[in-house]
Unconditional design. Structure first.
Length: 484
C-alpha cells in the first residue's frame, strides 16, 4: 500500500544512540494569511457512558536495537514572499548502546466510556476548560466531542463538513480548543461556538500544538511545511528543506522551540519561533515516525510506527531508540505527571508505557479490536485515550500501581474494523496503518485492512479516506490511489 501522510512483563529493550544532525537555514518572512473566518453555532449535549470492564494477563519479551551516525540537514525556505537559503552545519557523532533489562510494569486500571454519538474518536487532548476533548474521525457528523474527567456529560460540537474528520486537536492560549481540519484550522469555544479558517496557499493541516510563543503551530504533510497561526488567525508558513518530507506530529520542546516528525524523510525536525529549521536523522530506516511529545526528563520522545520502537531525542539531537517487545506499531505518545511515557498501539490493541530509561510495559485494552489511536494526559493526572473502532474513550488510572490490569504479553495483530458494512473507502475507519488503513472491500462490501490486498472501492476522489492528503480515485478501476 502506498502511504499518504497528512497514541506486563515488560522489557527494557536495547537502546541505540545516534548522533544529531546540523542546522539548516533560517527562512526570512513567510506568507501571512488573512484573518477572520466563519462562525458556527453551539454544540449539543448527550449523556455520559459507563465504565468498562478491566482484564489482566502476564508475560512479555524484549527487543533489539540498531544505531547509525547523524547527517547534516540542507537549507529551507519560507513559503510565499521572499526566499532565503541557509548554510549547512556540522555532523555530530553517534553515541553508545544501552543495556537490556526485563522489568514488570505497575498494575493499572483501564476504564472505558461509550461515546453516545457515532464518532470513531481519533485524536485527543485536555482542554483549557478541564474537559477531555477528542476529534470525530467519522464524518457523520464532522465534529469534536468532549466529556468530563468523571466520564460523563458528553458534548458534541459540530464542525464544517469535509471529506474526513478533524486531524488534530490542542488546547489554545485563549481558553479555547484549536483543531486541524481538511485544508483548515478551527477554534472551538467551550460553549460550542466554532470559527474556522482556511490555510493559505492551498495548504493542508495535520497535527497541531500550542507553541512557547503563545501561537498555534501545525504540520502540513502534503506540502512539506510547518504552519503558525496566532489566536487572531494570522498565518505564517515555513517550507522544509525537502517538500516531500511529510511533517506529521508536532510539539513544543523544553528548549523554547517546536519539534516535529518527518515521516517520509525519516527525520526529526526542530523549528525556532522565528523559523530556523534543523533536522536530525533517525537511526532505524523507514521508521515512520508519528507523534512526538515533550518528556519530563527534558528530552523529546516520539513513536516509530513501522520501526516498532519508542525513541528519545535530546535537545542537542542525540537519538536513542527502544524496541517494543510485541513489535507493536505506536501512533501517539503522551507524558504522565511522573515523567513516564505512554503510547497507543492500534495493531496490538494495547496501551504501552516507557520509563525515562526505556523500560517498556504493555497493557491489553479490555475491548478487543478497539484500535487505540490518540492518548493524552488529563487534568486529573490520568491518561485518556481514544478507541477508534469501538467508539469509546478510555482512561488509564492507578498509573503507579494498585489497579486491576496487569502487564501483558501483547501479541501484535492487525487492527480490525469490526466487519463494518460500507459502499466506499471513506465509510471505513483509518485503523493503525495511517490513512487508508481500512478500505471497503469491492467483493464483500465490508471494511477490511488494505494490507490484505483488497483494492477497496470508490467512484470519486471524495470517497478516498486520504483525499485531503493527496489520494485520488481511479474512476475506471474504482480504487483509491493509496492502495494501488
Amino acid at each position: 500500500m502506498r502511504r499518504f501522510v497528512g497514541a506486563s512483563l515488560c522489557a527494557l529493550a536495547l537502546g541505540c544512540t545516534s548522533g544529531g544532525g546540523a542546522p539548516a537555514s533560517t527562512p526570512t518572512g513567510g506568507t501571512t494569511g488573512a484573518t477572520g473566518g466563519s462562525t458556527g453555532s453551539g454544540g449539543t449535549s448527550a449523556t455520559g457512558g459507563t465504565g468498562g470492564m478491566t482484564t489482566s494477563s502476564t508475560g512479555g519479551a524484549g527487543g533489539t536495537p540498531s544505531s547509525t551516525g547523524g547527517t547534516t540537514a540542507t537549507g529551507g525556505s519560507s513559503s510565499g514572499g521572499s526566499t532565503a537559503t541557509g548554510t549547512g552545519g556540522t555532523t555530530s557523532t553517534g553515541g553508545s548502546t544501552g543495556a537490556s533489562t526485563n522489568v514488570v510494569g505497575p498494575t493499572i486500571t483501564i476504564t472505558e466510556y461509550a461515546v453516545p454519538t457515532s464518532s470513531n474518536p481519533g485524536w485527543i487532548c485536555a482542554g483549557p476548560d478541564g474537559r477531555i476533548w477528542f476529534t470525530h474521525q467519522s464524518t457523520a457528523p464532522n465534529a469534536l466531542g468532549n466529556l468530563t474527567t468523571m466520564g460523563t456529560m458528553f458534548n458534541l460540537v459540530k464542525t464544517s463538513t469535509t471529506n474526513i474528520g478533524p486531524t488534530g486537536i490542542a488546547p489554545g492560549p485563549d481558553g479555547n480548543v484549536w483543531y486541524a481540519k481538511q485544508s483548515g484550522i478551527g477554534r472551538a469555544q467551550p460553549a460550542g461556538t466554532i470559527d474556522e479558517y482556511g490555510v493559505p496557499n492551498g495548504g493542508d493541516s495535520g497535527a497541531i500544538t500550542l507553541g512557547p510563543d503563545g501561537n498555534l503551530w501545525f504540520t502540513e504533510p502534503n506540502h512539506g511545511r510547518i504552519g503558525r497561526v496566532t489566536p487572531q488567525a494570522s498565518f505564517m508558513q515555513f517550507n522544509l528543506p525537502v517538500a516531500t518530507s511529510s511533517p506529521t506530529g508536532i510539539t513544543a520542546g523544553p528548549d523554547g522551540n517546536l519539534w516535529f516528525t518527518e515521516t517520509t524523510a525519516n527525520q526529526i525536525g526542530r523549528i525556532t519561533p522565528t523559523g530556523t529549521i534543523t533536522e536530525f536523522p533517525i537511526p532505524t530506516t523507514a521508521s515512520d515516525p508519528r507523534a512526538i511529545v515533550k518528556g519530563g526528563d527534558g528530552n523529546l520522545w516520539f513513536a516509530e510506527h513501522d520501526g516498532h520502537k519508542i525513541a528519545r531525542i535530546t535537545p542537542a539531537g542525540v537519538v536513542t531508540e527502544f524496541s517494543i517487545g510485541s513489535r507493536g506499531s505506536p501512533t501517539s505518545i503522551a507524558a504522565d505527571a511522573d515523567g513516564n511515557l505512554w503510547f497507543a498501539e492500534p495493531g496490538a490493541n494495547a496501551i504501552g508505557r516507557a520509563t525515562k530509561t526505556g523500560a517498556i510495559s504493555e497493557y491489553v485494552v479490555p475491548t478487543a479490536a478497539s484500535d487505540p489511536t490518540g492518548i493524552t494526559l488529563g487534568p486529573d493526572k490520568n491518561l485518556w485515550f481514544t478507541e477508534l473502532s469501538t467508539n469509546k474513550i478510555g482512561r488509564v488510572s492507578n498509573l503507579a500501581g494498585g489497579g486491576t490490569v496487569a502487564s501483558s504479553n501483547v501479541t501484535s495483530t492487525p487492527p480490525l474494523s469490526g466487519n463494518m458494512g460500507c459502499t466506499k473507502d471513506s465509510d471505513c475507519n483509518a485503523s493503525g496503518k495511517a490513512c487508508g488503513g481500512d478500505v471497503c472491500s469491492s467483493t464483500s462490501h465490508t471494511c477490511v485492512l488494505a494490507v490484505t490486498g483488497d483494492p477497496g472501492s470508490c467512484t470519486a476522489d471524495k470517497d478516498c479516506w486520504c483525499n485531503s492528503e493527496g489520494a485520488t480515485c481511479d474512476t475506471s478501476a474504482h480504487h483509491c490511489s493509496e492502495t494501488m
